[in-house]
Design a protein around this ligand. Structure first.
Ligand code: AMP
Length: 283
């Protein structure tokens, strides 16, 4: 496995792969790898001739008061883990390599970005699309892999790929969890012992709401049940807790079949997100 830091070198690798007809799997990450990321890499390994994992803490998707500076980084550790998951190349550019100039031209995420994480993180999804579009152009993947953990991100990237005709297939991988149900996240290292003991209550609350929804079809009651449970079981503050149609992320209607139950909770200083996707009709 090789760590590549320049666009020029990456371009050479892509050209070489394309000349011999190899398929390319791309796994975009911000590093500090855990089993969630490695599952994306393993999926990419199964389906492609070469696997490229990008490791880039993208400044343009962080707000001014967010954790860009303190976001955990450990490239030597990531390199070993990525290699064990079958990654061929890590693309780990410096910020100046990715954004040498600012010509003032940006991608703006649409309606799907105004809610959930987008409501409390203005501009976040614009930054995500900026870096993902660049990575798609640079790596020219046959397939790109994203986690359901960031369900809103997946929905927005799907829209960009569709509307701007990116010639690739998107693959979505289910959420990888700790044994107690907590969704794995690079930000889990921020949790204190007390925070960590409270955090599994988030997933448990989502399951309660899902059961309620399946039994009664009453979205408000389901949300209320989850809200109460999080408030009772944790000292956290709920940022949002919503049930929306998926992937359009709109109000649930009579004819809605697939739903996303999504939550963001501040446990201590750490903002944790989680979600469940399920169908509400035809089962
Ligand atoms: P990040 O490094 O947090 O930007 O995540 C990189 C990719 O890994 C994104 O597509 C995430 O959705 C995905 N990912 C992060 N955590 C998990 C998880 N627990 N299970 C599955 N995928 C994940």
């Amino acid at each position: 496995m090789k760590v590549v830091t320049t666009i020029a070198e990456l371009k050479g690798i892509i050209k070489g792969a394309q000349e011999v007809g190899q398929s390319i799997g791309l796994v975009p990450t911000m590093g500090y790898l855990h089993e969630g990321h490695l599952t994306l890499a393993s999926e990419a390994r199964k389906e492609n001739d070469i696997v490229i994992m990008s490791i880039f803490v993208n400044p343009t998707q962080f707000g001014p008061n967010e954790d860009f500076e303190s976001y955990p980084r450990d490239l030597p550790r990531d390199t070993k883990l990525a290699e064990s998951a079958g990654v061929d190349y890590i693309f780990a550019p410096a910020v100046e390599e990715m954004y040498p100039t600012d010509g003032g031209i940006y991608i703006r995420a649409g309606r799907q970005s105004q809610i959930l994480c987008g409501a409390s993180r203005p501009g976040h999804f614009d930054g995500v699309l900026q870096v993902v579009a660049k990575l798609f152009h640079l790596a020219q993947p046959t397939r790109a892999y994203f986690g359901q953990k960031d369900a809103q991100q997946v929905a927005i990237i799907q829209t960009m790929v569709r509307d701007y005709n990116f010639p690739l297939e998107l693959r979505t991988v289910p959420i990888v969890r700790e044994e107690d149900g907590l969704a794995k996240s690079s930000r889990n290292v921020y949790l204190t012992e007390q925070d960590r003991s409270e955090a599994p209550a988030i997933y448990a609350a989502l399951q309660l709401a899902k059961d309620e929804m399946k039994e009664t079809g009453n979205a408000e009651a389901a949300i209320e049940k989850a809200r109460k449970s999080i408030e009772t079981e944790t000292s956290g503050r709920i940022d949002y807790l919503e049930l929306l149609s998926y992937p359009d992320l709109a109000q649930v209607q009579e004819n809605t079949t697939e739903v996303l139950l999504a939550v963001a909770v501040y446990i201590g200083k750490t903002r944790l997100i989680d979600n469940l996707m399920f169908s509400i009709k035809g089962e």
